[in-house]
Design a protein around this ligand. Structure first.
Ligand SMILES: Cc1ncc(COP(=O)(O)O)c(C=O)c1O
Length: 358
């Protein structure tokens, strides 16, 4: 049975488990804003249509300017990508054949892109089921590495690490002449988001990745950006295809970044729903990760591998994200998105029934 390597597109998971696709499904396997794209994007869609007749701005100047203002970072330090996924591939293309460390568990595309670029991959595992991190322990593991990938807030655990820890990590990496690549695809969901973005000009070794597809629910459009020092950025830019970001994504990005209230309201709602779900689910006897974002890990401690629970939920049309391809988790956990209240209640009911029936 070959399981899909990502969340979303749930029909592939149904195929893999040989479960007939129910008429109605609720997809908890994809971690996007539960409210969908901001209203401005939906309302402007037809007005933007004429843009597809011409080539998009290859430099994305207006969007970069807006990111620069939002982040307080110079435009020369910002590079747009066709989703953060393109930027992960780009960085690993630049680091082809080098020694890459990945702090696990983490998003699977780091390893995939590293292997596609003939890199040597080393896993650095966070302690099982608590996923704490300290830079000192890391230090001994960096000797042979050229770059280290770290996802903060972490996908799949949802745990966020403080800027003090991140700064210690950066210092350790610099001492070892090792790039530190921090993927902040879910930073927008944190209420006290801590980023090292302001260190990019001082450091020769820091790269920060961001995605706009999560907070603004535009995964189908593809949009992300990278922040690093100007010298490295120019080298990366030369390796990118021209027109890598399409015209509609550029417009949507501009509209999204202007809608600060949407981000604020989303964070409040997601926190309330996440805290409610975690409280209720712990009460039912489930184990949960200490997530601070729009998804969390859950396991029924009476099962080693969670497959029976996946089957049970999928038959009811509830789609979790399996964790078979997350090194260190290996199917012992399931990941769920925080969705809107009605959907979360349906999940809660199903997980209550599972406990009563099993
Ligand atoms: C941690 C992480 N980084 C990057 C990405 C890719 O984001 P994008 O949709 O911007 O390519 C994902 C997508 O799931 C992700 O989970």
């Amino acid at each position: 049975m070959k399981l899909p390597s990502h969340g979303s597109n749930p029909s592939y998971l149904y195929q893999a488990f040989e479960i007939p696709l129910p008429d109605k499904i609720i997809d908890f396997s994809v971690n996007l804003n539960p409210f969908g794209p901001p209203l401005k994007i939906k309302e402007s869609w037809s007005a933007w249509l004429p843009l597809i007749e011409d080539y998009p701005d290859p430099h994305g100047t207006e969007l970069i300017q807006l990111i620069s203002e939002t982040e307080g970072i110079d435009t020369e330090n910002i590079l747009l990508g066709n989703g953060a996924a393109e930027l992960i591939s780009l960085v690993l293309n630049y680091l082809a054949e080098k020694h890459i460390g990945i702090i696990q568990p983490a998003f699977s595309e780091y390893e995939k892109a590293a292997r596609a670029n003939r890199c040597h991959v080393t896993y650095i595992h966070l302690p099982k089921d608590n996923w704490s991190l300290d830079a000192e322990t890391l230090s001994g593991k960096l000797d042979s590495l050229d770059a280290l990938f770290f996802c903060n807030p972490n996908n799949p655990t949802g745990i966020s690490y403080s800027s003090a820890i991140l700064l210690d990590m950066l210092k350790v990496c610099e001492k070892h002449h090792c790039y530190l690549i921090i993927d902040e695809a879910f930073l927008d969901f944190l209420e006290d988001g801590q980023s090292l973005s302001h260190f990019i000009t001082e450091s020769n070794y820091l790269i920060i990745l961001r995605s706009l597809t999560k907070m603004y629910a535009i995964a189908g459009l593809r949009l992300g950006f990278l922040m690093t020092n100007q010298k490295l950025l120019e080298k990366l830019q030369r390796m990118q295809p021209h027109w890598n970001v399409n015209a509609l994504a550029l417009e949507a990005g501009k509209a999204a970044l202007k809608d600060k209230d949407y981000v604020y309201q989303t964070k409040l709602y997601v926190r309330k729903e996440r805290e409610r779900m975690i409280y209720e689910l712990k009460h039912l006897g489930y184990q949960l990760s200490e997530s601070k974002v729009n998804f969390y890990l859950l396991r029924d401690p009476s099962l080693h591998n969670q497959s029976p629970l996946i089957h049970y939920l999928m038959q009811k049309g509830i789609v979790p994200r399996h964790t078979e391809n997350y090194p260190g988790l290996n199917g012992r956990w399931l990941r769920f998105a925080v969705r809107q209240q009605d959907d979360n209640n349906i999940l809660l009911e199903a997980l209550t029934a599972w406990k009563q029936e099993s």
